[in-house]
Write a protein that binds this ligand. Sequence first.
Ligand code: XMP
Length: 252
Amino acid sequence: MFKQLMEEASAKAKSSIILALDLEEAKPAGLLSRSLKILEATHSYLCALKLNRQVVLPLGLFQGAKKIVAKAHDYGLPVIMDAKINDIGNTNRAIAEYYFKAGFDAVIASPFVGWEEGLQPVFEIARKLEKGVIVLAYMSHKGASEGYGQLVQNSKTNKLEPQYRIFAQKALKWKADGAVVGATYPEKIQEIHKILREKVPIYSPGIGAQGGDVAAAIKACARYLIVGRAIFQAEAPAEAAKCFRNEAQKGR
Ligand code: XMP
């Protein structure tokens, strides 16, 4: 359901760009109005919106954040909550349920907690409410290698394998709606895509501010590109969003 929603939104806008609207403002009222203004300026170049906790915390989930989600929906954009859910199952389910109740269409979750009493309840509530779950496979920052890149023993083959390959296999097995792989590591995108193929689309953050490159990520088979500061901190956010959209379309 969520996978299809994303495909439709992407086809309609001819865009694979997801805006990470991570503004920081001293006062919540200013934060909300600036967020809505940037969304209004850029929406026609986007296929989805992603919010993170630096916006949801000051605005309140059922107050300001819900207003941003509703505005994105008015523009036909699905909204992803970058919650990186990472606790025991009972807590994970409650967290996911709150985000879904506020209107979010999908949540990002961490596979480090495993399935049983970990992410299983998140997938169950998502399926029940026809929402999506996107799992991390390899993060975009420098320290990602310490966790996602470590060699671990594959319980099935008893062989040593990088953690991210095992997470990609889990994303496939769990029928995740997406897997996150940093655009800062195009070689990892390519390697993980060979495991996931078209069954689990790759969402790739780290473009621009973190050094990731649109063409390299698309060539490596990232399906969606997540862009934050390089759009909302630009002098003309709409122009920046349009450029990213066009560059990604060119690479397809
Ligand atoms: P910038 O400004 O760097 O923002 O374009 C990127 C956005 O994406 C989030 N981020 C990630 N989210 N896995 C995720 O689920 C990742 O590996 C990852 N790397 C960056 C970041 O928090 C910001 O919202």
